[in-house]
Design a binder for this molecule. Structure first.
Ligand code: GLU
Length: 422
């Protein structure tokens, strides 16, 4: 069966529609949620190292500010486009609402393969992009953060550029900064840590013994890599991992410490040598023999083409939008438990919120406080979603959307508009 053309925004709208119907949402509220409040497309001309000018395309979309300032990452990727950023912005609104932190949702991106640019070119690209989106960002308006192919260093350049225009240092304009310039301890690991918190809780409520489950993780970036480390250090069996070059599988469990050190040396998994492991493709990882599957790469990985063959009993979505609507239907029929992205990967934005709170108050939290509060917020959200899922007999994704939509529309109503006064 060939897959229909995937559009992340249409995927988001389809899930929103199903959840709004189940919730009996007011049509005015539903209509308002279908559109981002603001979409900005910018050109980013920069001088390349060879002296020639190249023009890149950038985006920043603010989906909702009903519950607070807009919040969400910026990704650098050759396939970034407006519809993807629009979907990701809406997912951020739902994510912040489901974990009940006082933010709306936004997302940004630049259509670029950052591995093809020198460091100097990347600095110029980031700074010029920041000036282009400058009128709509700020600690009270919209707060960017890292996402695919961006990190603390990129956030530092954004913070510096924004601060230059204000004439003073404004650390609260971005989160995910290096700790030395106002970042929060625990932020880099937060998304991966949150994924493990959700995984353990999901195993617990489903009476599955964490010590005997086999875990497969697609993607060894910051999120997948951190989750793999935590599981491995806790003694769990991680049987498969992958990066963009492919994956490795070992039924007895992989030596994650050795693999992480190998990848940290700038290597890729296709070059990893170990007699005990079998090399697999990314698609084979999705359908490999495991109990818990964690897609931690990009959108559109679990599709109508591979969902039927999935062997995992639990899927914890660490990436944003890894599952298509068609695949979701198949997984529901197979009784696979799917912990949805807007819940499972919310740990990153939760600790971003702690970072912003620390910046605004000019004080710092220690790691114990960060992780304890993260744990509390993630568990509260998981249990609210799990309870609603049970009560309404709907999958966890629909329950998570129902919780989120209710919170966003309630905020809008309290403010006197259909959703928000903008
Ligand atoms: N990019 C991350 C996400 O998709 C983090 C966003 C943030 O911290 O604002 O959730």
């Amino acid at each position: 069966m060939s897959q229909k053309e995937y559009n992340p925004y249409e995927n988001m709208l389809a899930v929103l529609k199903q959840s709004a119907e189940k919730l009996g949402l007011d049509p005015d509220d539903y209509a308002t949620l279908c559109y981002p409040e603001r979409e900005l497309k910018v050109s980013i001309p920069i001088k390349m190292d060879d002296g020639k000018v190249k023009v890149f395309e950038g985006y920043r979309v603010q989906h909702s500010s009903a519950r607070g300032p807009c919040k969400g990452g910026i990704r650098f990727h050759q396939d970034a486009n407006m519809d993807e950023v629009k979907a990701l912005a809406a997912w951020m609104s739902f994510k912040c609402a489901v974990v009940n932190i006082p933010y709306g949702g936004a997302k940004g991106g630049i259509k670029v393969d950052p591995s093809k640019l020198s460091r100097d070119e990347l600095i110029r690209l980031t700074r010029r992009y920041t000036t282009r989106i400058l009128p709509i960002i700020g600690p009270d308006k919209d707060i960017p953060a890292p996402d695919v192919n961006t990190n603390g260093e990129v956030m530092a350049w954004i913070m510096d550029t924004y601060s230059m225009f204000q004439g003073h240092c404004v650390p609260g304009v971005v989160t995910g900064k290096p700790v030395e310039i106002g970042g929060s301890v625990g932020r880099v690991e937060a998304t991966g840590r949150g994924v493990t918190i959700i995984t353990y809780e999901c195993l617990k409520v489903n009476d599955m013994d964490a010590s005997s489950v086999a875990i497969a993780i697609q993607g060894m970036g910051n999120v997948g890599g951190t989750a793999a480390d935590i599981f491995y250090n806790n003694g769990q069996k991680v049987v498969a991992v992958s990066d963009y070059t492919g994956g490795v599988y070992c039924e007895e469990g992989l030596p994650i410490n050795e693999i992480r050190a190998f990848l940290a040396g700038g290597n890729t998994l296709n070059d990893y040598q170990n007699d005990k492991v079998t090399h697999i493709t990314n698609d084979e990882l999705i359908t490999c023999k495991c109990d818990v599957l964690i897609p931690a790469a990009l959108e559109n990985q679990i599709t109508a083409d591979n969902a039927e063959a999935i062997q995992a009993k639990i899927i914890v979505e660490a990436a944003n939008g890894p599952t298509t609507v068609e695949a979701d239907e198949i997984l529901n029929k197979k009784n696979v438990i799917v912990c949805p992205d807007i819940l499972s990967n919310a740990g990153g934005v939760v600790v971003s919120y702690f970072e912003w709170v620390q910046n605004i108050q000019s004080l710092t939290w220690d790691l114990e406080e960060v992780n304890r509060t993260l744990n509390k917020i993630m568990l509260t959200a998981f249990n609210e979603v799990a309870e609603l899922s049970k009560e309404k007999e709907v999958p966890m994704r629909m329950a998570a959307y129902m919780v989120a939509i209710k919170r966003i529309t309630t905020a809008g109503k309290l403010r006197g508009g259909p959703i928000s006064l903008g």
